[in-house]
Design a protein around this ligand. Structure first.
Ligand SMILES: *Cc1c(COP(=O)(O)O)cnc(C)c1O
Length: 383
């Protein structure tokens, strides 16, 4: 059986270091808001190119996004009913982060080739109430452009990045999570940088926002027993921070393996029933000389997503060949029961719906062997 993602095998690579880290935390007697979290915040800030004091470790990726928007509300930059533009085909967490803050998600269709928000469609959706664009670097691919920066400036919109799937990706030498005004990271175990439990982080260029969010995540308290806000409890555990500090050292090496596998899939899957992923680098690669660094950094392959008109049959065919696959995602957010009574339910989003019907994610992971990759290629080609 070729597993979709073998987390046991991924973490086994670092077992000794992880156990040392766990022991250090156990023996310290200090489990929250301590040195491990502080060290991880510094280390992550350094990796991304951000300010350590404006890097805030929290409980999970959803909270990271929720707290960014809540922070803007507390600062008076947004209020109930304001609109946030977001890609329609994202994982539902991006949209829950908006609606949970009583803000209105404004769904924009993705580009059918990149699956990322279609930047060309954003301007038409901007109203008096629009306050932000919540970008999602979906599947691990960067979405950014000068046009987007210009739009944000012209209409005075914040750009928030949902960087849950794209740690390590770059645009023009700048890492995702450091492109916009604020970014949410998730370290859910299956993400490219995965903890051994839940955790997330916020990075922002705005000092006041960072200060507010740090308080909001700790009951709204900046000073013990003084509560400036009615905050929440969303803190990264010391033990998760210790694990993440170990694993952050390996992210770039793991990304390089994912990029190799993706390249192999792209070059060897030849079945014309399959639509392979498109990414900047691949197009450029054929057209003009592009440095390996530039080519490879636009996509960090959190998942390798192909499209097929007979997706369900393809998935059954791969299952028969003992290959696990997944669908990211089978039901788009606007069709989810939780939004059935909201205006989202009435939206017509044909590209999003097509994507949800046709996509299939093939196994890809830093511990997959090239033999396994070849087995997947053969099985896909024999469909
Ligand atoms: C995983 C994910 C989240 C949420 O992260 P959690 O840590 O699971 O809360 C948000 N957005 C996207 C795009 C994700 O993939």
């Amino acid at each position: 059986m070729i597993q979709f993602l073998d987390l046991q095998k991924i973490n086994a690579q670092y077992a000794e270091q992880l156990k040392t880290a766990a022991s250090r935390v156990i023996d310290s007697g200090w489990y929250l808001l301590g040195k491990e979290v502080e060290d991880f915040e510094k280390k992550l800030a350094n990796y991304i190119g951000a300010e350590p004091s404006q890097t805030i470790a929290v409980g999970n990726g959803l909270d990271a996004l929720r707290l960014i928007l809540r922070g803007y509300i507390e600062l008076g930059e947004m209020q109930e009913g304001d609109e946030v533009i977001v890609p329609a085909n994202t994982y539902i967490a991006s949209i829950i982060a908006i609606s949970d803050n009583r803000l209105t998600p404004v769904l924009v269709e993705p580009n059918i080739e990149t699956y990322n928000i279609d930047i060309e469609l954003i301007e038409k959706k901007i109203t008096e109430k629009t306050k932000a664009i919540l970008l999602v670097h979906l599947y691990g691919q960067v979405v950014w452009s000068e046009k987007l920066e210009h739009l944000a400036k012209t209409y005075n919109l914040k750009i928030i990045e949902d960087n849950a799937q794209a740690i390590g990706a770059m645009w023009n030498g700048i890492r995702t999570g450091n492109l916009g005004d604020a970014a949410g990271f998730s370290f859910y175990p299956a993400k490219n940088l995965g903890a051994l439990g839940d955790s997330g982080t916020i990075i922002t260029k705005n000092y006041e926002l960072a200060k507010t969010i740090r308080a909001l995540g700790n009951y709204g308290s900046e000073r013990k027993n003084h509560n400036a806000f009615r905050g929440v409890n969303s803190r990264m555990d010391e033990i998760q921070a210790a694990f993440l500090s170990v694993k952050l050292d390996y992210v770039d090496a793991e990304t390089a393996i994912l990029q190799n596998i993706a390249e192999y899939y792209c070059n060897h899957i030849t079945n014309d029933k399959i639509v392979l992923p498109s990414f900047d680098g691949r197009f450029d690669y054929a057209q003009r000389p592009v440095s390996v660094a530039e080519r490879s950094r636009s996509h960090v392959w959190h998942v390798f997503v192909i499209r097929c008109k007979q997706r369900d049959k393809l998935q059954a065919h791969l299952t028969k060949h003992n290959i696990q696959t997944q669908i990211h995602y089978p039901i788009p957010p606007h069709k989810q029961a939780c939004y059935a009574t909201t205006p989202l339910a009435k939206l017509q989003l044909p590209i999003t719906e097509q994507i949800h019907h046709e996509v299939l994610s093939l196994p890809i992971s830093p511990v997959m062997t090239m033999d396994e990759v070849q087995t997947v290629v053969d099985a896909v080609n024999s469909f």
